[in-house]
Write a protein that binds this ligand. Sequence first.
Ligand code: AHR
Length: 640
Amino acid sequence: MHGKYIMKNPSTLFFTAFLLSTLAAPVLPGQARATLNVDLSRPKAKVSPTLYGLMTEEINYSYDGGLYGELIRNRTFRSDWTGILNWFLIEKGTASAKVSVDSKGGPSTALPSSAKLEVTKADLNSPAGLLNEGYWGIAVRPNLRYTGSLFAKSDSDSALPVRIALVADQSGQVLAKTSVAVTGTGWKEYKFEMQSGNTAASSENHLELTIDKPATLWLQMVSLFPPTYHARANGNRVDLMEKLAAMHPSFLRFPGGNYLEGNRIETRFDWKKMIGPLVDRPTHPTTWSYHSSDGMGLLEFLQWCEDLHMQPLLGIYAGYSLGGQVVKPGPDLEPYVQEGLEELEYVTGAADTKWGAVRARDGHPAPFTLKYVEIGNEDNFDRAGTYDGRYAQFYKAIKSKYPDLQIIATMPVKGMTPDVVDDHYYKREQGMFAEARHYDNTDRKGPKIFVGEWATREGSPTPNFGAALGDAAFLTGLERNSDVVVMSAYAPLFVNVSPGGMQWSSDLIGYDALNSYGSPSYYTQVMFASCLGDHTLDSSVSGAGDRFFYSVTASPNKLCMKLVNASSVDQPVTIALNGLGDGTHTARIDTLKANTTWATNTITHPERIVPVKSTASIKGGRVQHVMPAYSIQAVQIDLK
Ligand code: AHR
């Protein structure tokens, strides 16, 4: 991904080529020259290798209509007073048909209803059927294989051909097609594949399922996938996975967030209903105003971790739901504690344990490695104040079975010291500048800190450059204090930018059905995570304006500096690298820069603000440098 950065702005490139030259740069009006002293011979504190990770939940159509590759919206035929959502009747030519929800039976206990299509008049030239609109369209790209399946039955024992096609909305052109022969009056699953031709990539397409003779057809779980990342069945969208991979994430916190809690206990992340065949998953309403297909279930999260070499950080439901329902600690909570223990066994148990065997049945015999588990989410909102008791009950039960697990609390707990406490920050730019110093004086004898959700919230749907500056400033504070802040994750990660797709503004990565883009905040994290040493160094800065932030980490073979000038004027800075020696060293510099804090990337202008790469040679330990106005830099200096 790094190699793909465009050298967009030749003047910036020219500028950065001079960044670490030994020539004295002119001091510009408005900002005095600062001095940054770094002592390479004085390591200060450890840096956590898991500092950078991801946080995710079903919000802003993050999975359905987002990362999860499914192209069919409402594949389980839910309906409201308007009819079956996202599905529409097709009656071409002289065809006559009607569609309804048949609640008298579906293909599984989890899906007890289906769509009943009654076609009273149809022929080859006048087919009838159903149209699915997808998630704001269906992306069709040239020469691609689409893989689908559906459950169906008919009113007759003879074969009923069902034609399946991806059709262009405007022209009506059939872009890919196939058919299945539905046979008999009992539910069966039918699988199919179809291939697009040499067409232009577009998302203005829909799916059509049609028949060309009078018949009654019942349908359920109609599913269609494009090729997915690592070619996984029921897998993830390739462009979004590639964007995540470029962030070098070390862990994935899932499944929330408020999505874990649900608005009510019944709509929590009920993991047992989100494993196994899709037809056995009942689906459920989320806290974020839309319904989840639950295709992204517990195993899919774990496979996502596997694909990006992240360790899972599993949030387990802890008896508090967003609408205010609380399960009292003690006997009332015990079933939820057991549910959590069983979930841990599904994730980590050998294939001969009860729940490990279920995971093996689901296609993954090998247990997953789990180091961190989080008890609930944002339990500071529990007005009944029961978290101390709930955390303690989960802690005791989990530690007695899994003594090596680190158990994260969502808030400080009275009466015991949690292994790790999860802190959340959502602030404007200036608020995040202030938080950059938050952990400088934190008690190192207390629990470790997980900054499980954070973001500078300026810009919508994705953050603007001012937000990226706030983020970068905040991250310098996390790097500096990474002996105590062991993990961090931005939230929310994703937003579908189509109309109505967003429930929470300022999200890291935006997309529609066809394309995706990274916000300036995204590129900031790509840059910060691309170079991280294993310890901090003794360092100090003097003479800088109050919008200058930095961090310095090092490993035996590299020095990583993060520099942030959040001011509207250039910041000259003398960088004294004491102990670098007399040799020549190569510095690789990534610069992210904008003209205003309101500058941003969008789905139609995805690369206005991207890192610009440059290199420089450093000789001697004193570097005269100018940080451009509104700029963020990640500098890697080879130490060998
Ligand atoms: O990230 C959006 C929401 O913010 C999360 O679901 C919740 O944990 C927090 O309040």
